[in-house]
Design a protein around this ligand. Structure first.
Ligand SMILES: Cc1ncc(COP(=O)(O)O)c(C=O)c1O
Length: 385
């Protein structure tokens, strides 16, 4: 794994994350490491409050900067992006704008969903929705299963690009094509993918996309985005809403609801001011390096992890084929909680879900991290199956 490639000096980039000097940090699927410029952005926010007290115009500008930055990252227009408090907030807003009392009342989800992207749709059963969950076959969901599940009664397909339990990656353009052919809407949850690989909402052919800033986008918790394809926006009126969703926020009109004509109609209340600073700084790192270079770098790191795991005879829970997994590589364990705790004693930060040890690198990891991880894993061989 070269330290300088395609104009990137990965060692230098790594040095901007102080945590990495102290820990072998392989838990970016849970929370990204803190970059010095993201840390500095918090101080800028605090300084501005001490200097000016309130500076709403500048703060709203930060929110707009996040909107534009996300739009550029996913190939959308800024007017197609809502800045939300969480992925859940975006999905709830979308769900509230859909009607389930017509001939299309079916929502298709899968075994790969993060709970919120199933629970919110089950909650719509109160409003007439029928939720169908496609079962996985181990670490894969064959496209034929989408062909079977999506039909003329399907209103929306809502599924994850990369599964948080084991890192399996879905073929989102192919699923979106099936949805489109059958007249259904398509929403992708990019949270475990965006920031690790190239993704363009137009090329993928999705109608909606959600993602958040705390993991691979290197920002913070408490800020996320919701993308809606321009042509669909004005026909959707969320009832989960608020004053920042209005066409004219400054109108302060208490006599009516006049939603914005843009994706801002999927927002709600006051922007998440401190979080916008951190999100903007994290997104700037994405643009500085570029998703193509990051994808390539993570491809090298995950290949090294799989190689070391296979050589040691450990059982991968994520697919071996790089076309079918994201940045997270998972190993089967007989006691994953104990394994995570014992690795922590060796200064290694990883996480687990089900019986899987989740190893989730970002561009800032290197071969030394992987060597350290595997030296520690070999000591715990009895916890790996
Ligand atoms: C795939 C995926 N979707 C959604 C979420 C969480 O979304 P929210 O911002 O609503 O907490 C996570 C968080 O771990 C996730 O991995």
């Amino acid at each position: 794994m070269a330290n300088s490639k395609n104009g990137q000096n990965w060692d230098q980039l790594r040095s901007r994350f102080p945590l990495l000097q102290k820990k072998t940090y392989l838990n970016s699927c849970s929370y990204g490491a803190l970059a010095t410029e993201v840390e500095a952005s918090v101080q800028r926010y605090l300084d501005a409050r001490n200097e000016n007290g309130s500076d709403w115009e500048y703060w709203v500008g930060r929110n707009e900067a996040v909107r534009s930055s996300v739009a550029r990252l996913i190939g959308a227009k800024p007017d197609e992006v809502a800045v939300t408090a969480s992925v859940s907030a975006g999905i709830n807003s979308l769900a509230s704008a859909l009607r389930f009392d017509g001939p299309r009342n079916k929502v298709v989800v899968t075994d790969f969903e993060f709970p919120t992207n199933a629970q919110i749709w089950y909650a719509q059963q109160l409003r007439g929705a029928r939720v169908v969950r496609i079962a996985a076959e181990n670490d894969r969901i064959p496209l034929e299963k989408f062909e079977e599940a999506i039909d003329e009664e399907t209103l929306i397909v809502a599924t994850a690009q990369v599964a948080f339990r084991h890192g399996a990656k879905q073929d989102i353009p192919a699923i979106a094509e099936i949805a489109r052919r059958k007249g259904a809407l398509m929403m992708v949850d990019t949270y475990q993918a965006l920031g690790t690989m190239q993704f363009d909402v137009k090329k993928a052919g999705v109608d909606f996309a959600v993602g958040g800033m705390l993991k691979y986008l290197l920002g913070t918790a408490g800020i996320a985005f919701f993308y809606a394809r321009q042509e669909l926006i004005e026909a959707l009126t969320p009832s989960v809403t608020g004053w920042f969703a209005q066409e004219n926020i400054h109108a302060m009109d208490i006599t009516r609801h006049s939603p914005a004509t843009t994706a801002r109609r999927f927002e709600a209340g006051t922007p998440l001011v401190p979080n916008t600073y951190m999100a903007e700084a994290g997104l700037a790192i994405m643009h500085e390096i570029g998703l193509e270079a990051i994808e390539h770098r993570i491809g090298e790191i995950t290949a090294a992890i799989k190689g070391a795991a296979t050589a040691a005879g450990y059982h991968l829970a994520s697919p071996l084929d790089p076309a079918h997994h994201g940045a997270m590589i998972t190993l089967r364990s007989s006691d994953p909680n104990r394994l995570v705790a014992s690795l922590a004693e060796d200064n290694i930060v990883v996480s687990c879900r089900d019986n899987n040890l989740r190893i989730s690198p970002h561009f800032y990891n290197n071969q030394a991290d992987i060597d350290h991880l595997f030296r520690a894993l070999h000591k715990q061989r009895d916890l790996l199956v």
